[in-house]
Design a protein around this ligand. Structure first.
Ligand code: FE2
Length: 443
């Protein structure tokens, strides 16, 4: 026994306390972000994309409530001068040592295509600086969005985010493998780094924060979850982005454009309920002239095995639905390469078919493509990039942009509003207008 003052202390307890003090002194203690007030402020898209916005942020405890104060004119961050406010209920994120509160506030009954200025927080935690967003219009003419996946927090990721924001996209899609953070509670530090990059870089030249839409990737999954619950199997992703849908698959409609966001076998399998939902959802949107699908693992990979499990089951169950309902483009990820497929229908090259664009290289180091021709690929290369998509009255334009901001591949598809859903006349094949970088490209 040892004595401190009048207290007799057992040697093991003293050793433990000493270790904790030493670890804390050396910065080895549990991670706790060095922040005051709200942090990790980000936007996600609601079901009604033209009349709402979902505002998300984190605070360290305690917090009284979740609150967004907003207005159509700038109030320079003075919280009590904003004309409107909406409240929500914070969720305690007990998985991480700091026990942070995750706030998700759904703004509703907003005007379309309108600028809103906002702050988040509460009287106890304090309020954020002022941000602004723009609600989406009720039409999709002029639709501009970016897509990529497999990001992390590298310098390349930051570069690509800034280049993406410079194109004034209405929103950004990240198709899985967002932060590459540890799935252990200590991963909070890497997620905070990722959110910091996102909120700093994903601001347009006009100052708009860019909403994010996500799908789940394999790097969002815990190795040995204790239960089948989504928030146990994917603790960070599900807590931060699970609110986008009741399931890991969901849809959004923006004017004439319908998007289905899918889970390629990470939290839920392709088969069963998800594929039944996909069939029903595409049937619901059968008259939408423009349809996109987004998911993580590719049906037509540029690096991995064509016969890999996820690719094969996706082609068997999802591709017939993409064909039937004439999905214009499917955004694929996971392979850390660049690729553009030929137009494919019924597992064959077909001028009416779907474009498969990818392959998830929005910050991760590009992998080498194998150099062997793959019959379904128009182009592939080892190039970090993101996709920029624009819709005009008659055309969908797809541009691949690298870390130098250069458009290194581009193609267009017609928007065919009057074309029937199936047995449609052949649409023009994708028209490449610029030669790609082809490091070992498969042609
Ligand atoms: Fe992946």
């Amino acid at each position: 026994m040892y004595r401190i003052g009048n207290q007799r202390i057992a040697a093991p307890i003293l050793a433990f306390v000493s270790l904790v003090v030493l670890a804390s002194f050396l910065g080895c203690g549990p991670y706790r972000p060095d922040v005051q007030g709200p942090f990790n402020v980000y936007l996600t898209l609601p079901d009604d994309t033209s009349h709402g916005m979902v505002v998300n942020y984190h605070t360290l405890p305690p917090a009284a409530n979740s609150e967004v104060r907003y207005d159509t004119v700038s109030r320079a961050g003075t919280a009590d001068t904003y004309s409107s406010h909406t409240e929500g209920t914070p969720q305690a994120f007990t998985y991480v040592p700091d026990g942070r509160l995750v706030h998700c506030v759904r703004l509703q009954a907003l005007a379309p295509a309108t600028t809103y200025y906002f702050v988040v927080g509460d009287a106890k935690s304090g309020y954020s600086k002022e941000y602004k967003f723009r609600t989406l219009p009720e039409h999709s003419e002029g639709l501009t969005f970016v897509n990529g996946g497999d990001m992390g927090t590298s310098d390349a990721a930051k570069t690509l985010l800034k280049l993406a924001a410079a194109r004034e996209p209405w929103f950004a899609i990240v198709g899985g493998d967002l932060s590459y953070a540890s799935r252990a509670p200590s991963g909070a530090k890497e997620w905070d780094h990722w959110f910091r990059n996102w909120s700093e870089c994903m601001v347009t030249p006009q100052g708009y924060s860019i909403p994010i839409v996500t799908t789940v990737g394999n790097h969002e999954l815990k190795d040995q979850p204790a239960s089948p619950a989504f928030d146990d199997r994917s603790p960070f992703y599900w807590r931060f982005f699970g609110h986008q849908g009741e399931h890991p698959y969901f849809s959004r409609k923006i004017g004439d454009a319908a998007f289905v966001f899918l889970d390629s076998g990470n939290l839920v399998p392709h088969e069963g309920a998800q594929t039944e939902w996909l069939a029903a959802e595409l049937a619901k949107y059968k008259d939408a002239p423009v349809k996109f699908a987004v998911y993580h693992q590719p049906l037509y990979p540029s690096y991995r095995d064509f016969e890999g499990d996820s690719a094969a089951v996706g082609r068997k169950l999802w591709e017939p639905l993409f064909d039937q309902y004439r999905v214009a483009a499917a955004f694929e990820h996971h392979d850390h390469t660049f690729k553009r497929s030929k137009r494919i229908k019924n597992n064959e090259v077909n001028p009416e078919g779907t474009l498969y664009l990818g392959d998830g290289c929005f910050g991760q180091k590009p992998r080498k493509v194998d150099g062997k021709p793959r019959w379904y690929l128009e182009k592939s290369s080892s190039t970090a990039h993101f996709w920029l998509v624009n819709q005009t009255k008659d055309t969908l334009r797809f541009q691949a942009i690298n870390t130098e901001g250069k458009v290194f591949d581009e193609c267009t598809l017609p928007v065919a509003p009057d074309a029937p859903v199936s047995n449609a006349p052949a649409a023009a094949a994708a028209q490449p207008v610029q030669q790609p970088e082809t490091a070992g490209a498969a042609k």
